[in-house]
Design a binder for this molecule. Structure first.
Ligand SMILES: NC(=O)c1ccc[n+]([C@@H]2O[C@H](COP(=O)([O-])OP(=O)(O)OC[C@H]3O[C@@H](n4cnc5c(N)ncnc54)[C@H](OP(=O)(O)O)[C@@H]3O)[C@@H](O)[C@H]2O)c1
Length: 217
């Protein structure tokens, strides 16, 4: 059986930041970027979303700019605590989001989200990205889109699980040095300089650039 394909989709400023100083991303992506995001989502069957992004940005996760396609199923990883039920992903999803949690917070997650989501316990205290992809594969999801944030992306990049990177460069410079990029933690990836990515597509629309890279085999 072929492995589930995992694509990252992120937007960053000209100086490589993926959030504003207040920890949110409102107002920096154009309508063109949102349309492009929906095109990528329409090709995916599952959409991985970070817990902090849902808390801070509360993104719209259903398709608005593409017609006649199904929304990918939202998939959320919650390692500690739970999420408020008022998030858009819980209120507007056509299919019940799938939530991965741990044995440690399963009770809390079930008490808040069992009506709105399907819950799957995947590890005692942590959720391994490899287990997530494997479980999604056994559920029949073959094309998964990972939309950040950087911490969630890091857990997949660190295990070499990312096959494609879709990147939008937006025309702003923020300047604050401690804001995150598309991925990362305090430790660099081993042999990062031996693994360059292959540019397979570029598109310029107005002041934004859309880039698509894939992992070299
Ligand atoms: N520009 C863009 O395209 C874009 C897209 C998305 C987000 N963002 C920005 O990204 C920021 C949020 O990113 P973030 O890095 O702080 O958080 P995040 O990646 O959205 O969420 C990370 C959290 O998810 C939970 N989690 C559960 N299992 C995990 C695992 N295996 N690996 C990693 N995390 C796991 C952890 O919280 P618990 O341990 O508490 O469960 C972790 O702290 C926001 O500022 C948002 O605006 C930007």
């Amino acid at each position: 059986m072929s492995r589930t394909c995992l694509s990252v989709n992120m937007a960053m400023t000209l100086d490589g930041k993926v959030c504003r100083p207040d920890g949110k991303w409102y107002g920096l992506s154009s309508r063109n970027d949102k349309r492009r995001m929906d095109q990528l989502r329409a090709e995916a069957d599952a959409l991985l979303l970070g817990k902090n992004s849902l808390l801070q940005d509360d993104p719209v996760t259903h398709l608005r700019y593409v017609e006649g396609k199904s929304d990918p199923r939202p998939v959320i990883l919650i390692r500690t605590g739970t999420l408020p039920v008022d998030r858009k992903v819980f209120r507007h999803s056509k299919t019940k989001p799938l939530v991965y949690c741990t044995e440690k917070n399963a009770k809390e997650v079930r008490s808040t989200l069992s009506e709105l989501t399907e819950i799957c316990v995947l590890g005692p205290e942590d959720i391994e990205s490899t287990d997530v992809l494997r479980d999604l594969g056994t559920r029949g999801y073959s094309n998964v889109l990972l939309e950040g944030g950087p911490r969630l992306n890091d857990s997949f990049f660190r295990k070499n699980l990312v096959d494609k990177i879709n990147l939008t460069i937006v025309p702003f410079v923020i300047g604050q040095e401690d804001l995150p990029s598309i991925t990362g933690s305090s430790i660099a990836y081993e042999n990062f300089d031996l693994q360059s990515w292959k540019l397979i597509r570029t598109e310029v629309i107005e002041d934004e650039i859309f880039l698509q890279y894939e992992r070299r085999q």
